[in-house]
Design a protein around this ligand. Sequence first.
Ligand SMILES: [Fe+2]
Length: 195
Amino acid sequence: MSAKQLPAFTSFIEDLRAIWSRETDTQKRMEAGRDRLAVLVSDPSLQEHSRNWPSTEGRKNLLLHTDEEFGFIVNAVVRVPGRSGSVHDHADAWTAYGLCDGAEYLERYDRLDDGSRSDYAEITKTSTTLGTPGTVDLVPPFAIHAEQGGTGRSAAVILRSQLLVGRVLQGNYDPDKRTRREQSGPEQIPFALSV
Ligand SMILES: [Fe+2]
């Protein structure tokens, strides 16, 4: 018999499935999903559990849930202190990024060129905000951003409208060289939130 799943996570998935069955629009689903994710990442049992999750450095994601019926997925990431994050977008996927432990800086960028050249991008940083446990950031398709580490370890739960690996590429930007290159999404490491 498999171990029991963390109850707060079980009810999170049940509520997401209810949202996906009642809403058909991806943006509306993800806005409601963001609000529900904020409840999850504020839950002390989830925050406590996340302190034992393994590091995902090296372009990995923990895969907590794949929804076979509705297609959304739930990932987690664990960052090392002071991590330098890449500037990237998530192609046509919506992403809700919810911090559950530690702190991270979220940087937003605007694109200045017209996007007509596939390998060229002029971007400028428009804001930097500090996220703490309970903070959720909703990232629309093609929004350019970076997550930078704080002084300690950090952990986050990510709700994605669709799986990034394989099917969907993401864009990686070098602000100094003014380049954009496409790459596949992070490696998916199946991980159960057992109690
Ligand atoms: Fe991201």
